[in-house]
Write a protein that binds this ligand. Sequence first.
Ligand code: MG
Length: 351
Amino acid sequence: MRKIIHCDCDCFFAAVEMRDNPEYRDIPLAVGGRSDRRGVIATCNYKARAFGVRSAMATAYALKLCPTLTVIPGQMEKYRQVSRQIMQIYREVTDNIEPLSLDEAYLDVSDSELFQGSATRIAEMLRCRVSEVTGITISAGVAPNKFLAKVASDWNKPDGLCVIRPDQVEEFVENLAVKKLHGVGSKTAEKLEVMGVTTCADLKKLSRVHLAEHFGRFGERLFELSRGVDNRAVVTQRVRKSISVEHTFSKDLKTIEESLSHIPELYLELQRRFSQLPGDRAIQGIFVKLKFNDFTQTTIEHRSTVHDESLYSGLMKQGYQRGNKPVRLLGLGFRLDNRETEALQQLSLWP
Ligand SMILES: [Mg+2]
């Protein structure tokens, strides 16, 4: 039995802006694109939500719903920085973290010994810490699996906590509307409603075969979700897209010849690391990175399923010409072909 916490910041981008600008705190506020440029709302605060404003809504439409809405452009770098701070707090508790976006993550605390293994108290502690350190509130859901933890974090939003204990799963899920299930969009919800299904209790009455007939493979998933079953693991490492080695030289490399002379050792190390990747991996491209002594940098790529030293020499010459000044760092890499890995991952065969 797993113990999963889903942490989700409350109206994240808007919350950061309200934290830093007191004048935004008591007015309907949204971070998003301009209405005259067909912009959309990225996030809005709760004052704006009261007017029906939602994320992904066209800004022009949002302004119709809420004429007093203040729409400001986002400062992504700032949000990234706050996000890093928050993820760092999560990391104090566990390394088993799966970030879903800048402001959302799953934590698997099954093996944690903090608070005698009480996931509820760990979640409370995380909520306090994040608010103390960053001034941003988060909502947390605690449950035996990812699906329920995510539903739970939304339950008492904002600044809330919701715990679904294993013995509460059955009752909780039976009362859950099917549109709350991951993957059930408005179309599927409509289709289900026609079949007389609005809650998971209704859904549970349908057989596996019946669901498969109507929804194909997703029918199987619906069968499980309606019983509160979700065996997906918290995936800490996303599929690796590339692998590279790089070296910063204590003395700048003054000529192209000097740079080329380092290819053999870097290439050897790259192949060594590549051979240590799990599974049989194929490459779909190679690249060279150069950083010059003025800290400008350039990357030269070449699509290829094969690799050898001469290909790297060619790329390095091209890269060197772009800067034509002393080099402080050289890197060689492979772009990985992930089609097979991604397919395996979808079938949950990948760790
Ligand atoms: Mg959020």
